[in-house]
Design a protein around this ligand. Structure first.
Ligand code: FES
Length: 377
């Protein structure tokens, strides 16, 4: 059985436009009843007016069972799902949403936890901070990005318990908060380097994932890191935590560039892969993969999927229409049959049994282990 979530109706109960591009949407059931439970790191699929399907991290307190909150960063130029939210998601509008799913959960470990947030990617990490604080586990949330993006979120009462634990830069701090005094919650403050970062660049796409998300030339989190020299501030933070704790849990979320920088530094510093957990709010870029061929079962047409293409991109470029929605292997829109060859499954949609059967594939993200895949569209 595939992982297609159940959809149900909700209503926009409240919308707050923060003036910094951050829009906070509160969703409730029409009858005000409880919603399916979720934990930090969860997201929901949202069927937006007009038919677009988008995925958003849940950012409200999970203890509040009758409402979901989403935070989306939307500029005047944002298109796709962000544009629909800006123009049409007003109080009273009814939507269809799916049950929460969580590919980025907090591991049930007790060691110190470092949370690295890039821009609007901070939303799942705020809930992780909340969960860690309530569990009495030591943690620190370090934010890279525009101060006003974080400040807009920090106004939400959901984060009152943890807002003083967020380490941000000293020039663009949260209003009325002494961020220099940020500490590892539940632990004496470690000797943190003072380089939490901000550079005021164009705002990125909101916490929206999907192939229609507009391109962002310099994501705010990547610009924040670059403003201090490539990787330098990050090395200071990570090596400090290595010195202090030897092993620790690392969770990070942000733009593709932000994530890649962290991934590279973790490898360089020898931080064990099993201690690193991440989620990107943009589809991963395909680069440096192995090329292979796809044969269309019905027509016999053979199309080459290059090292830097998804199967869906290669087929669409060749005039074979493949519909894409999430672009991340989450929704099942691009599902196709496999008649021959071995898929390299990289999706979160198919169950383990379905993947083992090797007779289906998600064309937006999965690849091939064999030199040719014969697919049935
Ligand atoms: S488009 Fe959603 S799984 Fe491929």
């Amino acid at each position: 059985m595939s992982g297609q979530p159940e959809f149900f109706n909700v209503v926009v109960a409240e919308r707050k436009d923060r003036g910094t591009g951050v829009i906070v949407i509160t969703l409730v059931r029409p009858d005000g009843g409880p919603l399916p439970p979720f934990a930090a790191g969860a997201h929901i699929p949202v069927q937006l007016p007009g038919g677009l399907l988008r995925y958003y991290s849940l950012c409200g307190d999970p203890a509040r069972r009758t409402r979901y909150k989403l935070a989306v960063l939307v500029t005047r130029h944002t298109q796709g799902g962000g544009q629909v939210i800006r123009e049409r998601l007003l109080p009273g509008v009814q939507l269809s949403i799916g049950e929460p799913r969580n590919h980025f959960p907090l591991e049930p470990r007790t060691g110190p936890t470092l949370l690295l947030a890039g821009g609007i990617g901070v939303t799942p990490l705020l809930l992780m901070a909340l969960a860690l604080k309530r569990q009495g586990r030591p943690y620190l949330l370090h934010y890279f990005g525009r101060g006003d993006t974080l400040a807009a979120l920090a106004e939400e009462p959901d984060y009152g318990e943890i807002v003083d634990d967020i380490l941000v830069d000293t020039q663009n701090r949260l209003p009325r908060r002494d961020t220099d005094a940020a500490s590892v919650s539940g632990q004496p403050r470690p000797p943190m380097p003072a380089e939490s970062i901000t550079e005021d660049t164009a705002a990125p796409v909101p916490g929206e994932s999907g192939p229609h998300a507009p391109a962002e030339p310099i994501p705010e989190d990547a610009a924040a890191m670059a403003s201090h020299g490539s990787g330098a501030p990050l090395d200071g933070i990570l090596s400090d935590w290595q010195r202090r704790y030897r092993r620790f849990e690392l969770y990070y979320c942000g733009s593709t560039e932000f994530m890649q920088t962290i991934r590279d530094r973790c490898v360089a510093l020898g931080i064990p892969e099993e201690d690193c957990h991440c989620e990107s709010f943009a589809p991963p870029k395909v680069t440096g993969e192995k090329a292979f061929e796809v044969k269309i079962f019905a027509t016999g047409e053979i199309i080459t999927v290059s090292a830097n293409q998804t199967i869906a991109d290669a087929l669409n470029d060749a005039g074979v229409n493949v519909e894409i929605s999430c672009g991340q292997g989450l929704c099942g829109t691009c599902l196709a049959g496999v008649k021959d060859g071995i898929p390299d499954h990289r999706d979160e949609y198919l169950s383990a049994d379905e993947k083992a059967a090797n007779n289906k594939i998600l064309l937006c993200c999965s690849r091939a282990l064999s030199s040719t895949l014969v697919i049935d569209l």
